[in-house]
Design a binder for this molecule. Structure first.
Ligand code: ZN
Ligand code: ZN
Ligand code: ZN
Length: 164
């Protein structure tokens, strides 16, 4: 299962986002089973909410949606579920936004580059190994050992740039 199944799909003007959600949840289940992790109801629910769109969600957005749907959730519950999903490499935390986005390629490395639209807040994961390697080698030239790379790139996405 090496296909980049979701990546950049949503940059096309129309796509069936229900399929994105379905794919993400199915993939997560497979990954959890492989890793021997328990994919509990609340973890599934939080992942599903994060995958509700290609826009990052904050912890409190998640909490409020859970509550509005009648789930009695407290902040620690949400933070624990988020911690699990990050650890399981199913979601990324975007530090510049203090928000979470579903990983579009969770069976691979959990580093990468993220294109963040300042207008619509949509996020696209690049996950380009060439960029990773380049940063790695530049860092290593400086005697620096790079361990983890999360590159958050802000700008304007294709559909926001299109003439209205
Ligand atoms: Zn989608
Ligand atoms: Zn990812
Ligand atoms: Zn945009």
């Amino acid at each position: 299962m090496n296909k980049k199944y979701i990546t950049n799909n949503h940059l096309n003007d129309s796509h069936d986002h229900d399929l994105c959600i379905e794919d993400a949840l199915q993939n997560a289940e497979v990954i959890c089973r492989k890793k021997g992790l328990r994919f509990t109801k609340i973890r599934q629910k939080v992942l599903e909410l994060i995958w509700g769109s290609h826009k990052p969600l904050g912890a409190y957005d998640i909490l409020n949606t859970l509550r509005s749907e009648g789930t009695k959730a407290e902040p620690p519950t949400v933070y624990r579920a988020l911690g699990f999903l990050i650890e399981a490499e199913l979601v990324h935390r975007l530090d510049s936004l203090n928000a979470f986005i579903g990983c579009t390629d969770p069976s691979n490395s959990h580093q990468g580059q993220f294109l963040i639209c300042r207008d619509c807040r949509s996020v696209t994961e690049l996950g380009d190994d060439e960029i990773l390697d380049l940063v790695q080698s530049k860092a290593s030239d400086m005697g620096f050992s790079a361990i983890h790379q999360m590159l958050e790139i802000q700008g304007q996405c294709k559909s926001c740039r299109a003439p209205k």
